[in-house]
Design a protein around this ligand. Structure first.
Ligand code: DER
Length: 219
């Protein structure tokens, strides 16, 4: 199980840097869940965690790991999370699990963002995976029209409401040659809360699961 291998590698990487006051930023998704499950064995070696979604908070609590409000921590040494796609610059597409906004917030606070992913996520150019955008519900049609003007095909992720009470548009068929530029363009559309491009703040370290073992790639 490649996801388990990278999750365990992430625990191994951060353990020596933890102390009883440390609070860890934790991502969302199936790979992040393997990380939480592996981390739980060491829960007495750090103070607790900040969660990037209600689902992650729940899983942490079920392991007896204290969950902190981000506003109550001065800073985070690490943020560990998965991704839907990563390019060679460790620029990511995230949001497959609809948690992209809180993930990006917690990642912004952390000193080191360690991305954990199996090699199916590694691409040369981002955009094969539909790019998630979190949108204020009343602005959905307006934002969709602006996305069409940018050359994308927005698809409403029906039945999904984010932890923040918003909706998701997934942008299909976008050739993303300038991730940072597109991230800024999307953020400039009124009604967009956040988007799944992690390019302004890419991952610092990628632990990539391959059939030959875990590759550690540093940005
Ligand atoms: O929604 C997210 O951003 C998740 O981290 C996602 O990108 C990765 O989910 P997975 O680990 O289940 O593939």
């Amino acid at each position: 199980q490649l996801k388990q291998a990278v999750a365990q590698a992430a625990v191994k990487e951060i353990l020596p840097r933890l102390d009883k006051h440390a609070v860890i930023g934790v991502g969302t998704g199936s790979t992040a869940n393997f990380f939480i499950d592996a981390l739980a064995a060491y829960k007495d070696d750090f103070a607790g965690a900040v969660a990037s979604s209600e689902a992650t908070a729940e899983r942490l609590k079920n392991h007896g790991i204290e969950v902190f409000d981000l506003n109550n921590v001065a800073g985070l040494e690490f943020y560990i999370d998965g991704a839907d796609e990563t390019n060679p610059h460790l620029e990511l597409i995230k949001g497959g699990g609809a948690a992209l906004t809180r993930e990006k917030i917690v990642a912004a606070v952390a000193k080191t963002f360690i991305c954990i992913a199996d090699d199916s996520k590694k691409v040369d150019f981002l955009g094969n995976f539909p790019l998630p955008v979190e949108v204020i519900p009343m602005a959905r049609s307006h934002v969709a029209r602006q996305i069409v003007r940018l050359g994308g095909d927005p698809v409403y992720r029906t039945g999904v409401v984010t932890d923040n009470g918003n909706v998701i548009l997934d942008i299909h068929n976008m050739q993303i040659t300038d991730p940072r530029g597109l991230e800024e363009q999307l953020n400039a559309i009124v009604g967009v809360v956040c988007n799944g491009l992690f390019a302004a703040r890419p991952a610092d370290v990628l632990l990539l699961g391959t059939k030959d073992g875990v590759q550690r790639i540093v940005n």
